[in-house]
Write a protein that binds this ligand. Structure first.
Ligand code: HEC
Ligand code: HEC
Length: 308
């Protein structure tokens, strides 16, 4: 019969058990021993387990566990490692505390430590405004910290000062409707001049009028400089501008709030008051944390040159 056509005539060892199925075909139990290598591996694992039980903590007891002959204890090991790490951290922090900011970069181990701690501090405290990694956000007027364009300055000392005491940007409103002294068409002319500073004006006549207002009646140059290059890079009537004013460079392609005509016009008309919280004065960060986050911000890529 084809469906039962298995050939039972092989020379196989059987266990001797035989059953007859209904059709009268014998059903036999074969004896296929496990491979020797497998068996020995299996015995070895049993021996290993028994030895392990004796040497290491293994079996749970009612309120405890078998401790093992070696006295190994992962909780103790962890605690010891943690204590050692803490000791090391203390040593590094003591060194950091005494080192002037500028010298931290000279010691590679300290630099690495400050950078990685600073990164964590930044992620917890600063990233909500300045973005992960300091990419900034125009929507909130949060400056980019990864470029080399600064409102207040990119030296270690200035960055530390900014973080410790905070900053308050004060861009006055100029439109009469917002308490300023200028008409909407004057605000439009000022906007045209600001566009001209980055070579985007399409109305040179309005831009010329805007320029006269900028450096004259409106006094924009007192903060932004005679060439609109900002309080750090420019001068006003040959005088150095107070750097803590933090008036941005209007002649570059980097914008705090946005460089499209509508946003520029809104800024001039209504003013802006960007607020960078104080982290030291408020006690929100320790001097050590501020030091480390300063190193991190400076190291983001922008803080190489002084000023801009
Ligand atoms: C609540 C939002 C907010 C948080 C949080 C915040 N900042 Fe700021 N930060 C600002 C704003 C807004 C400015 C720009 C101030 C201005 O417009 O004058 C600024 C400016 C700065 C500047 C000056 C940039 C320049 O161009 O000179 C630095 C540096 C800075 N922040 C670092 C930090 C660090 C480090 C932290 C975390 C410890 C932090 N900020 C947390 C909002 C914030
Ligand atoms: C008292 C100083 C001061 C005066 C005067 C002033 N500004 Fe400003 N301006 C600032 C500051 C500071 C900021 C940044 C605001 C902030 O940090 O929130 C700013 C921001 C701006 C911005 C936004 C730039 C950006 O990157 O988004 C524009 C545009 C601008 N000012 C144009 C003008 C014009 C035009 C005038 C004159 C009508 C003027 N400002 C007068 C201080 C001043």
């Amino acid at each position: 019969m084809a469906e039962h056509g298995h050939d039972h005539s092989h020379d196989v060892s059987t266990t001797g058990h035989t059953w007859d199925d209904e059709d009268g075909f014998p059903l036999q139990e074969y004896n296929n021993p496990l491979p020797t290598w497998w068996l020995y591996t299996f015995y070895a694992t049993i021996v290993y387990a028994v030895i392990y039980w004796f040497l290491y903590p293994a079996w749970p007891l009612v309120n405890s566990f078998t401790k093992g002959m070696l006295g190994a204890n992962m909780y103790q090991e962890l605690a010891a490692e943690e204590a050692a790490a803490k000791e090391k951290r203390k040593g590094i922090e003591a060194k950091l505390a005494n080192l002037p900011l500028e010298d931290i970069a000279k010691d590679n181990q300290l630099w690495q430590f400050a950078m990685s701690s600073g990164k964590a501090i930044f992620g917890d405290n600063c990233a909500p405004c300045h973005g992960a990694g300091g990419v900034g956000s125009q929507a909130g007027g949060y400056p980019i910290l990864v470029d080399d364009d600064w409102l207040y300055g990119g030296t270690m000392a200035t960055i530390q000062e900014t973080i410790t005491h905070g900053r308050a940007g004060m861009m006055p409103a100029h439109d009469k409707a917002n308490g300023g002294a200028f008409t909407s068409s004057q605000v439009a002319e000022l906007t045209e001049y600001v566009l001209d500073l980055s070579k985007r004006s399409s109305n040179k006549e309005a831009a010329q009028k805007g320029k006269a207002l900028f450096n004259g009646e409106a006094g924009c140059n007192n903060c932004h400089g005679d060439n609109g290059k900002g309080s750090l890079l420019d001068t006003a009537g040959g005088q150095k501008i107070e750097p803590s004013i933090g008036a941005p460079n209007l002649a570059d392609a980097i914008w705090l709030y946005g460089g499209d005509p509508a946003t520029i016009q809104a800024t001039i008309a209504k003013g802006r008051n960007g607020h960078m919280p104080a982290w030291g004065d408020s006690g929100r960060l320790s001097a050590m944390d501020i030091k480390m986050v300063t190193v991190y911000v400076h190291g983001l890529g922008g803080g190489k040159k002084a000023g801009k």
